[in-house]
Design a protein around this ligand. Structure first.
Ligand code: NAD
Ligand code: UDP
Length: 309
């Protein structure tokens, strides 16, 4: 198959491309390199079945493909809040153009949505039926509301134009190739511990997250794309940890003497997050297999290598 991956030079996109290339597909990687990097896809650049397209999805583009994995959008609060209007354009205009492309060539279209559509949830764990608690004027809204509109667009293209959609709600994912300056908690703590800097815990660290290793996530996305269930469907690891527990875990794995410092909690930071993955188990036969300790070990190795430690 010929498969388009938008955001393919990013963290999740590049791992997905590795799997698709290994399966023998022809892959088009489209990216504007805002948070993505050529080094993530370097090994495929000379491959005859691989094509790299530098393009910003807020502009239309014509391509002929069988499937579209639509991942292009900065995922870390630091990056999506840097230019919030651009984040909205990427989610709204970008998704609109990519759905238009899928409609024109009758490609199957998978949207990488997010657990952020649940906002600061007052239902725990979060099932897909939960409609969320998003502050539509807050600092995270450009991303949260952007993704909510992206889901709406996908479902309207499905109802009105019969586009063959799939919608994945991705929960916090980590692994090798996360950016060093990404600002997300796993990469921050690992980089800080490796550099001998204090680990920055926001708030009192009692807020929770559930961390999914990237290979598990990619497996879930591919099952969704190639199955019959449309979604929306949660894909994440239900293992739930407080941020303080995560800091202590990484501290113990890298440098037990590393200091913890407490910084103010960012605005609208969700207090708890844990996916209910009943649907993924039922419809995709999927559940995560990589325990947090093992995934962290692999991620730490990658950062050590990149930081020359
Ligand atoms: P990432 O920032 O590493 O990757 C995003 C990629 O999209 C980058 O390569 C970036 O350069 C590209 N991009 C951004 N704006 C673009 C534009 N306008 N035109 C073309 N390319 C553009 O992030 P990631 O963690 O790999 O996330 C991938 C997708 O998964 C995103 O849609 C994100 O919202 C979703 N997601 C990720 C997580 C997570 O924990 N990593 C959680 C929920 C949802
Ligand atoms: N966080 C933290 N220290 C950091 C970075 C993040 O304590 O250096 C916290 C952040 O406030 C949030 C959690 O870790 O409660 C996860 O943050 P991340 O940005 O990774 O993801 P998101 O908030 O989008 O789930």
């Amino acid at each position: 198959m010929r498969i388009l991956v938008t955001g393919g030079a990013g963290f999740i996109g590049s791992h997905l491309i590795d799997r698709l290339m290994e399966q023998g597909h022809e892959v088009l990687c489209l990216d504007n390199f805002y948070t993505g990097h050529k080094r993530n896809i370097l090994k495929w650049l000379d491959h005859p079945y691989f094509e790299l397209i530098r393009h910003d999805i807020t502009e239309p583009i014509r391509l002929e493909v069988d499937q579209v994995y639509h991942l292009a959008c900065p995922a870390s609060p630091v990056h999506y809040q840097f230019n919030p209007v651009k984040t909205i354009k990427t989610n709204v205009l970008g998704t609109l153009y990519m759905l238009g492309l899928a409609k024109r060539v009758q490609a199957r279209f998978l949207l990488a949505s997010t657990s952020e559509v649940y906002g600061d949830p007052d239902v725990h764990p979060q099932p897909e039926e939960y409609r969320g608690n998003v502050n539509c004027t807050g600092l995270r809204a450009c991303y949260d509301e952007g993704k909510r509109v992206a889901e709406t667009l996908a479902f309207e293209y499905y109802r009105e134009h019969k586009v063959d959609i799939r919608v994945a709600r991705i929960f916090n994912t980590y692994g090798p190739r996360m950016l060093e300056n990404d600002g997300r908690v796993v990469s921050n703590f690992i980089v800080q511990a490796l550099k001998g800097e204090p680990l920055t815990v926001y708030g009192d660290g009692s807020q929770t997250r559930s961390f999914c290793y990237v290979s598990d996530l990619v497996d879930g996305l591919m099952r969704l794309m190639n199955g019959e269930y449309i979604g929306p469907i949660n894909i994440g690891n239900p293992g739930e940890y407080t941020i303080l527990e995560l800091a202590q875990k990484i501290q113990n794995m890298i440098n037990p003497d590393a200091e913890l410092v407490y910084k103010p909690l960012p605005e609208d930071d969700p207090k708890q997050r844990q996916p209910d993955i009943t649907k993924a188990k039922t419809w995709l036969g999927w559940q995560p297999t990589v325990p947090l300790n093992e995934g962290l070990k692999l991620t730490i190795e990658d950062f050590k290598h990149r930081l020359g430690k």
